[in-house]
Design a protein around this ligand. Structure first.
Ligand SMILES: [Fe+2]
Length: 345
């Protein structure tokens, strides 16, 4: 196996490749280093078969969309990833094959709802869930400290002790650790109960990453247009979130809301389907097509997407444009389907 960390800085990108067929996979590539990755692949005579983002990143722009477009690599993310145009959504236990390499997907949520780890042979890539002597923050973008504790203690810590740990970040100059070492010495987790871990994580005052919304929203939406004006965190936090059951109940009520689906057309007719009667305007077109919604300015509107993230952005945009009664379908079509509510394709 060819194995290399390519960035040489705190934020890690790993390349794994099969020596015989010379196919490669990149884990968590940074957009600013895309030229370096393409040069490295060419120099090594490797074909990029797949790109995995271990989760939706808030601290750097992903190179995944560009690598997918330029090198025809498959983009792989967890089922809960909010973005469109993922070639393969994976879940716990799925296997990713690249030449003669196989990577097993471990669903390890907590840092974000779409966090995965990848386990292959003697090593595990833990994204931002388990770090060396630390753990990923769980205080925004759908994070959950309790889920993170469970993922670390019940999934990652059940791997063989000698398994090498390669995290998505390291701030202290470390490059690798082992599962056994983290079990024994990780100061966040070792000797702590779930409740103690939650208490600890809630007590840490993490500063928000620089320009968090400017980074997070393009990664969440796959909109890379530099002119796109995304709402700020305050506007997003004000969006009223409704569960699938609440939206369904409102649809049966006396003042049924207008459903605005902001996904891409191929998702609308894809595997998750759409809610009967909903209107489709992709998020990237919303600004230019808002006059089509003029009649609904005073009606209840519920924005809908895959995971409820793009639609929160849409709801904040519409609220900013003076629409009075906009809410969001929390968990999007993923939750709607999970609740077995009616869909059509
Ligand atoms: Fe992260």
């Amino acid at each position: 196996m060819i194995f290399q960390e390519l960035n040489g800085r705190q934020c890690k990108t790993y390349l794994l490749a099969c020596e015989s067929i010379r196919q490669a996979i990149l884990i968590d590539p940074l957009r600013e280093y895309i030229d370096r990755y393409i040069a490295f692949l060419a120099y090594q005579g490797l074909k990029l078969d797949a790109v995995v983002d271990t989760h939706t990143h808030a601290d750097h722009a992903t190179a995944s969309f560009e690598l997918r477009r330029l090198l025809h690599a498959d983009l792989i993310m967890h089922q809960r990833a909010p973005v469109p145009r993922v070639d393969r959504y994976v879940d716990d236990g799925d296997v990713i094959t690249v030449g003669d390499l196989t990577l097993q997907v471990l669903y390890t949520p907590g840092h974000t709802p779409d966090s995965i780890s990848l386990y292959t042979g003697d090593r595990v890539f833990t994204g931002d869930v388990l770090l060396i002597g630390g753990t990923g923050r769980a205080d925004f973008a759908g994070g959950d400290a309790g889920e993170e504790y469970d993922a670390i203690t019940q999934k990652l810590f059940t791997l063989p002790e000698e398994t090498l740990v390669f995290p998505g970040h390291d701030y202290r100059g470390n490059t690798q650790s082992t599962i056994g070492e983290e079990q024994r010495t990780n100061p966040r987790v070792a000797g702590r109960s779930r409740a103690q871990y939650i208490e600890l994580m809630n007590s840490i005052d993490f500063p928000l990453p620089d320009k968090i919304q400017e980074v997070l929203q393009p990664n969440q939406t796959a909109i890379e247009d530099d002119r796109a004006a995304f709402p700020g965190l305050a506007e997003l936090n004000q969006v009223r979130q409704l569960s699938a059951k609440e939206v369904h109940a409102q649809l049966q009520g006396h003042e049924s809301p207008v459903l605005l689906d902001v996904r891409e057309p191929e998702e609308w007719s894809g595997e998750l389907g759409h809610i009967p009667g909903s209107i489709l305007i992709a998020l990237k077109e919303l600004g230019g097509r808002v006059d089509e919604l003029e009649a609904y300015r005073d009606r209840p509107v519920v924005a809908v997407c895959r995971a409820g993230v793009r639609s929160t952005t849409a709801a904040a945009i519409l609220t900013g444009m003076g629409f009075q009664r906009v809410s969001n379908l929390k968990g999007g079509m993923l939750d709607w389907n999970e609740a077995k509510l009616p869909t059509e394709r």
